[in-house]
Write a protein that binds this ligand. Structure first.
Ligand code: ATP
Ligand code: MG
Length: 228
């Protein structure tokens, strides 16, 4: 698909709802699109053992959200450095904003570049499906690629399809931390959704698997932003 107008998309969804998987698929189909995942950015900081990384790890390992200001700065700096704070760039955000405070702060920054979000899609996946997925999830930290041993296993066990580098299990994908993340998500979701409902840009797609969700998400984008 080629976009006829810039797409600035936020994917919302519970942990394990498949934001990362949908992101990879969208990037493959829409060459103009770029992505930023706040979780991936943080995991890269942790991997590089930066000072910030060790602060981040403290929060992540407890399933707690990092402070809003810190997160906003991290993501906006990244958008800026990537050159995407321009009215004609298309990108998608995964995992940020996560609170209404983050949403407001981001909006303020984006406004000055005339590049506000123009679509927010909530991925709605049953909780039972999510819980089952998490145990089988492996990630390639440098790229953020996500694998699931059942649904999309790597071609070679334990190795990333593209680079051949090792896959790892996220330290926060344990039953205990995961339930905290899920609780946290639910408690911040309502005001965040409210914020985007008021802007008139919130949509929802439902389904049990990423294969069911993807075509719905894709159609939705094509209808509003694609060439016909
Ligand atoms: P998924 O399982 O789909 O990746 P998730 O939302 O649980 O979803 P990440 O987005 O990878 O996982 O985030 C992992 C952790 O990083 C969070 O639990 C939190 O500690 C921190 N984090 C990520 N994004 C934010 C944010 N916008 N605000 C605060 N903390 C964040
Ligand atoms: Mg993710």
């Amino acid at each position: 698909m080629s976009l006829v107008k810039p797409l600035r998309l936020l994917l919302l969804g519970a942990p394990g709802s498949g934001k990362g998987t949908q992101t990879s698929r969208l990037l493959k189909k829409i060459p103009q699109l770029h992505s930023i995942s706040s979780g991936d950015l943080l995991r890269q900081e942790v991997k590089h053992n930066s000072g910030f990384g060790s602060i981040a790890f403290n929060y992540i390992s407890q399933g707690k959200l990092l402070p809003d200001e810190l997160m906003t700065k991290l993501v906006v700096t990244n958008l800026k450095q990537s050159g995407w704070l321009a009215p004609d760039a298309s990108w998608l955000l995964d995992g940020f904003p996560r609170t209404s405070t983050q949403a407001e702060a981001l909006n303020k920054d984006l406004q000055t570049y005339r590049a506000e979000l123009n679509l927010v899609v909530e991925l709605d996946v049953p909780e039972s499906v999510i819980l089952e997925r998490i145990e089988n999830r492996f990630v390639h930290v440098p790229s953020g690629r996500v694998y699931n041993l059942q649904y999309n296993p790597p071609k070679v066990a334990g190795k990333d399809d593209v680079t051949g580098e090792p896959l790892t299990k996220r330290s926060d994908d344990t039953a205990e931390v995961f339930s905290k993340r899920l609780k946290q998500y639910k408690s911040t979701l309502a005001p965040l959704k409210e914020y985007y409902i008021n802007k008139g840009i919130l949509q929802m797609v439902s389904g049990e698997t990423s294969d069911i969700i993807f075509p719905k998400l894709y159609d939705l984008i094509e209808r509003e932003f694609g060439a016909h």
